[in-house]
Design a protein around this ligand. Structure first.
Ligand SMILES: *Cc1c(COP(=O)(O)O)cnc(C)c1O
Length: 386
């Protein structure tokens, strides 16, 4: 076939769609916000911007500002995780950590680095989290004061059962420290019902902002008083929160990214908030799943176990990740590799960011083309004369 001779009969794409889990493809509005005039962070205009971002972050989940604070930080999602874990567990406290992927293990690593008393509940990547193992960990003596867990484990796409884990914590008065970095803005989070003390997030995943702004939503009564020497200076939530409450900032914030963040939050609210974004992702995920399953491709996890924002798919037989990635990139789509031992087995497709359903239909066709051309190279069709 002609295709086998010329496996990549395409021109350069005009626009690239990012299907990695952040940073995301920006909307025109958010990109335009990057062109706001230069601004000093000690000016009133910056304080107004910061106030609006903080107010809008709480409004995403309808949280009462008398009880909750949105604390803004400069950094990636990991900075928010580290600020949350290192700032909120008191010296007399201890932490249980649920691990079933890279990010749960990262929470434990942070606890180790900051010398917190902590006990992991270790599960293989992608495995479910049995509730009886969580309650056994919570009922150990001495009982942990906090439990850290990832909401959407982006390693595999598994959405962990925080409603059940959180209820067990709430019953025991154990504070939940949630890594919501890849779910905040697109999955329901019941802050009160799930016993949440704090939730770490970032602007550049489901909220569709740019990298640079991270944040922790925290119960005000969980912040340690200024008389306690913090474990960290630049990531101490109390330090940031007290300054932001008085319209200040302790250190230079990512001003330009903050402009993009406020625009992304306005867009999120105008589009209908969390449930609307979730519905949009679900439609996108369904277009990908239907197309892939028609081609005989299989997901790593069942739909009911998965987030709507990202799913892992088994690499089609005979196609390496590199070939798939490179072929798709030439066609204007960036997919994401599996991590660790999963790198040879799966690839990941996130549907966060600015894109249309038609883009995903083109993406599915592009995957079909790349798979067909790879197989044509490896298994040339028998010649008609043989
Ligand atoms: C992306 C992500 C992070 C943080 O990643 P950064 O590269 O530091 O932004 C943390 N937790 C989860 C669940 C994530 O998906």
């Amino acid at each position: 076939m002609g295709l086998a001779m010329n496996p990549d009969p395409i021109g350069a794409p005009t626009r690239t769609i990012l299907l990695n889990p952040g940073p995301v493809t920006l909307s025109a509005r958010v990109r335009a916000a990057l062109h706001e005039p230069d601004l000093c962070h000690r000016e009133r205009e910056y304080a107004d911007l910061q106030d609006e971002v903080r107010r809008r972050l709480l409004a995403v989940y309808d949280l009462d500002p008398a009880i909750w604070a949105a604390v803004l930080l400069g950094g990636s999602g990991t900075a928010a995780m580290e600020a949350m874990v290192s700032s909120l567990v008191p010296a007399t406290g201890s932490l249980a950590v649920v691990e079933n992927g890279v990010y749960g293990e990262r929470l434990s690593r942070i606890a180790t680095i900051h010398d917190l008393t902590h006990t992991p509940l270790h599960r293989p990547w992608g495995a479910d989290i049995p509730l009886d193992e969580v309650t056994a960990l919570l009922d150990r003596s001495p009982r942990p004061t906090h439990l850290a867990v990832v909401h959407h484990e982006t390693t595999t796409g598994r959405l962990n059962p925080i409603a059940r884990i959180g209820a067990a914590c709430r019953d025991r008065n154990v504070g939940v420290l949630l890594d919501g970095v890849s779910s905040f803005g697109a999955e329901p989070i019941d802050f009160e019902g799930w016993g949440i003390t704090a939730c770490a997030g970032t602007a550049n995943k489901c909220l569709h902002g740019v990298p640079g702004v991270a944040f922790v939503i925290v119960r005000r009564d969980a912040l340690l008083p200024p008389s306690v020497t913090p474990r960290t200076l630049s990531l101490d939530l109390g330090t940031w929160c007290r300054a932001q409450d008085t319209r200040g900032t302790p250190f230079t914030p990512p001003v330009t990214a903050m402009h993009a963040c406020v625009e992304a939050l306005r867009e999120h609210a105008e589009e209908g908030g969390v449930l609307a974004r979730r519905a949009r992702y679900e439609t996108r995920a369904h277009i990908v799943a239907r197309g892939f399953e028609e081609m005989g491709m299989a997901p790593l996890l069942r739909t009911e176990e998965s987030s709507v924002a990202l799913r892992s798919w088994q690499l089609p037989a005979g196609v390496s990740y590199e070939a798939l990635h490179d072929g798709l990139k030439r066609r204007g789509f960036v997919v994401y590799a599996g991590q660790g031992a999963l790198a040879r087995a799966v690839f990941r497709v996130a549907v966060m960011g600015e894109m249309g359903d038609g883009d995903l239909e083109r993406f599915v066709r592009a995957v079909g083309e790349v798979v067909a051309s790879e197989r044509a190279i490896r298994e040339p069709e028998p010649s008609p004369t043989s």
